[in-house]
Design a protein around this ligand. Structure first.
Ligand SMILES: Nc1ncnc2c1ncn2[C@@H]1O[C@H](COP(=O)(O)OP(=O)(O)O)[C@@H](O)[C@H]1O
Ligand SMILES: [Mg+2]
Length: 331
């Protein structure tokens, strides 16, 4: 199910450049993207300095150099950040050649799936041997690039056991690729809907474990990250599953920094996924963390009922899961 822009041109994604001008949160994702655009190598560190990112700090310039020793001249660079616990966070940059090698030239056998951003491949990194998921941007122009930057910056700054880990990225020429930890059990959507013959449905306990894991990821974004982050794309296809059905949120290209001070909301063009988007946000463009909580409720309904958020194959009254769940039932 693709993302939509209610009032947009149909291209699907919001123009982040509008945020500041529309009186929204001035320190929002556009600020991050703008900061990043002015810095090519250590984009995360630059943005961190610009907006006081969620629990991350910039290393002194010398420290960066010291880490890079012996790596000079190589195209691999590290943006060195520290999280709240003082752990070093490294957003690694890759060349296109390295990622082509990791995926055997983006061969079909490595193809995992395709979403709004582009195609996703399973790959193995040379050197470390780490298995990763590599997402290749297929959208032309500025919009995809901005989303790419927001994703890299957000995931460089946010770290939690229920958020997918960004191993690195590639911004080589026109190519834009994201490299994530590989999530062996795929997405929640893969386990809920249109199961291939022989694939077992999730049992009740596993469903509740996944809901709890996703909720912890959301709690971190809303209550622990400083400033809070509004995810804006909470849906079953963005909940990825590790061993033992450990849930992690993925896809932060639409995320926005939440309201600060005594502001209650952020004003923005409406973006999200049809069926998951909170109605008050869709109507007013006023975004709060509660918009994510609404989307969480939709996923919870999917988990409980096994139905899709939107299912156009059902009778009209049953196509929208929330409307169907609200309606009185016979018997
Ligand atoms: N880190 C990952 N590990 C394993 N599979 C992934 C990972 N990221 C995405 N995928 C898979 O790739 C496919 C496309 O994902 P994505 O581009 O995020 O699109 P969408 O969220 O719209 O489904 C999905 O089937 C998802 O399960
Ligand atoms: Mg996704």
């Amino acid at each position: 199910m693709g993302c939509f822009s209610c009032f947009g041109s149909g291209r699907g994604k919001e123009d982040l450049g509008h945020y500041g001008g529309k009186g929204g949160n001035g320190g929002g994702a556009a600020g991050l993207a703008a900061a990043a655009a002015s810095s090519s190598a250590a984009a995360g560190a630059e943005a961190g300095a610009a907006v006081a990112p969620p629990r991350a700090e910039k290393f002194p310039a010398g420290a960066d150099k010291a880490r890079g020793k012996g790596n000079a001249g190589s195209k691999k660079e590290l943006a060195v950040l520290k999280d709240a616990n003082g752990n070093t966070i490294s957003a690694q940059t890759f060349t296109f050649r390295q990622l082509a090698a990791a995926t055997k030239n983006f061969r079909d056998e490595c193809f995992i799936g395709e979403g709004g951003f582009g195609r996703v491949y399973r790959g193995r990194l040379d050197g470390t041997g780490q298995v990763v998921a590599i997402k290749q941007l297929n959208r032309d122009g500025n919009q995809g690039n901005k989303e790419f930057l927001v994703e890299v910056l957000m995931l460089s700054l946010l770290h939690h056991q229920n958020l997918v880990n960004l191993v690195g990225y590639c911004a080589d020429g026109d190519q834009r690729l994201l490299v994530y930890e590989y999530m062996p059990l795929g997405s929640l959507e893969d386990h809920l809907h249109d199961l291939p013959p022989g694939k077992e449905a999730l049992d009740w306990n596993t469903r509740m474990k996944i809901a709890a894991g996703a909720a912890k990821g959301l709690e971190y974004l809303h209550d622990k990250a400083q400033p809070p982050v509004i995810y804006r794309d909470f849906k079953s296809s963005n909940i990825l599953l590790g061993h033992g059905f450990h849930a992690k949120l993925s896809d932060f290209g639409l995320a926005k920094l939440g309201p600060v001070g005594d502001k209650s909301h952020v004003s923005t063009r409406v973006m999200g996924t049809y069926g998951y988007c909170a109605p008050e946000y869709a109507m007013t463009g006023q975004l709060t963390v509660k918009s994510d909580v609404y989307s969480f409720g939709v996923v919870l309904l999917e988990l409980i009922t096994g139905r899709k958020a939107i299912d156009s194959t059902r009778p009209a009254a049953e196509q929208n899961l929330v409307s169907w769940a609200e309606a009185p039932k016979d018997g």
